[in-house]
Design a protein around this ligand. Sequence first.
Ligand SMILES: Cc1cc2nc3c(=O)[nH]c(=O)nc-3n(C[C@H](O)[C@H](O)[C@H](O)COP(=O)(O)O)c2cc1C
Length: 296
Amino acid sequence: MLTIDPKSTPTRDLHQFLLGAVAPRPIAFASTIDENGVANIAPYSFFNAFSSNPPIVVFSSNRRVSDNTTKDTLYNIQTNKEVVINVVNYSIVRQMAVASIQFDKAVSEFSKSGLTPLASELIEPPRIKESPVQMECRVTEIITLGDQGGAGHLIVCHVLRMHIDENVVDNGRINPHKIDLVGRMGRSYYTRASGDAIFTLFQPVTKISIGFDSLPASVRNSHVLTGNDLGTLAGLEALPTEAEINSASKDKRVQELMAECGDDKVALQTRLHHYAKAMIKSGQTAKAAGILMLAV
Ligand SMILES: Cc1cc2nc3c(=O)[nH]c(=O)nc-3n(C[C@H](O)[C@H](O)[C@H](O)COP(=O)(O)O)c2cc1C
């Protein structure tokens, strides 16, 4: 393992280690307005939602590592405590990149990026029309984390109103494939959260599961089953009953494997583990557990 001591690591390197490790990060496309009415937009990936009641999202505007200067978004928010957090999806990612350029404060990134300002309902800064979700926010707190290059300012935003494009909603919920969000990773890497990048993982959390430590040692120490396979088995509510184990022993493929392996218990265990692994992959976890119990 590479061991990093932040105290003896240059900020530029530490920054990239943090960005590479804490990833992918959602992107807040923040719109603010200055005292002359110039609208500013800029992306911020030190961002997340932290509370639903009250609805709070937080992002961080950092001092530049290169010259320790602060950013226009922070200045505008310090002035009027208002911001719209617009989310970034794949269709606006290139325009978002243009908005991240260090234009002069008097220049609006709306005109530079070609994105469209849309009047907000409760606050002065406009929303970004092309963004599929726009959150009008009042800033309740700005927490300064330091005074050197790289130091963040946590901007705590109370969401006053959300606007959601109906085209990304199915049955009252945002469909991840339709919203097609983009996440920031380290260096210039991004991720697109749709298609194969999305998977579902169901784990009931109120019903207590058996846990990894209840699995037989032969299963826990399997050379075939992965940590994810064992995690799936550990999420079962109960170990298989005698009846379930008995039923597993009558499975056609299990009978074939038993016949093929004869007295070779090690070979049988390995092949049953491979068979159970395929079952887990196809979602038949309880059946897989029954098969595994045949070779403990
Ligand atoms: C995808 C992306 C994410 C970014 N995230 C942050 C961030 O979390 N914090 C930050 O200070 N700058 C971040 N930046 C850099 C700012 O967007 C950039 O410094 C911008 O010029 C600031 O604009 P402003 O001065 O108008 O606020 C990010 C840039 C990109 C492209």
